[in-house]
Ligand binder design. Sequence first.
Ligand SMILES: C[S@@+](CC[C@H](N)C(=O)[O-])C[C@H]1O[C@@H](n2cnc3c(N)ncnc32)[C@H](O)[C@@H]1O
Length: 255
Amino acid sequence: MKSNQVKEQYNSMAFFYDVLYANYDLSEFENEFINEHKELLASVSNEAKILDSSCGKGVQAVALKKQGFNVTATDISQEMIKLTQIYAKDNNLSIPLKRLAWSELPLEFDDIFDIVFCWGNSISHSLGKEDMLKNLSSFHKIVKDGGKVVIHTRNWEKILKENQRFQSLPIREYNNKKYIPLYIWNLSGFDKINYVEIIFVKIMQDGSTSCTLFRLDFVPFSHIDLIDRLNTTGFKIFYDNYDINSDFYYIVAEK
Ligand SMILES: C[S@@+](CC[C@H](N)C(=O)[O-])C[C@H]1O[C@@H](n2cnc3c(N)ncnc32)[C@H](O)[C@@H]1O
């Protein structure tokens, strides 16, 4: 798997990524995100520089901007950047946006950020241990001394153990059409390329259907490996809400 493969995967899926968010009140997601990080955000000034390093549709970047922070948003995929651009505009906000892979961040930024978010189970798109170390090291280079990086991830131990292959998500309504998203997980273990196939069944008004298939590659890692990799790249663990029974967790690490 090459990072340009992940980039192409997200480029081709961007429209349907938006479909996944349909039916939801995104301001609720924004509020949840801000609430989750209220102590961290209260610990920095309002002029603090914050990077959303895998902005996707822009929910987290917009939430932070609404709080008055100096937010920049980056993503490896130009099409995902466009989703953030549209979502920011819908909210009458202007957010500096740039298409950048994590590995490219130190080429663009010095150690200027108070907080770097890598939210939404994004870091598992690193191509394996060495690539993840390189990506975490990029974050380390662009964070100020005492600054924080926030890494959010699925709990891969739980997911690999349960090995639930098929998952049907609630129907989405988008632009007067209905879509049923189906996930087919292809899990082969830690530190290997795993992938999920996502099928969108589009239901026309006359009841006929058509299907579109996407694939997203990722490399699972254990909680201990994430801690170890953060320490190896020079971070200290500041907060960790890992729980063996939770589907997701995040770690705040300090430079
Ligand atoms: C699961 S989405 C999460 C998006 C958003 N944070 C959210 O919570 O909805 C993962 C995002 O990571 C981005 N991404 C994947 N690999 C990347 C890389 N190497 N550098 C920067 N962004 C990357 C993808 O393009 C995608 O937008």
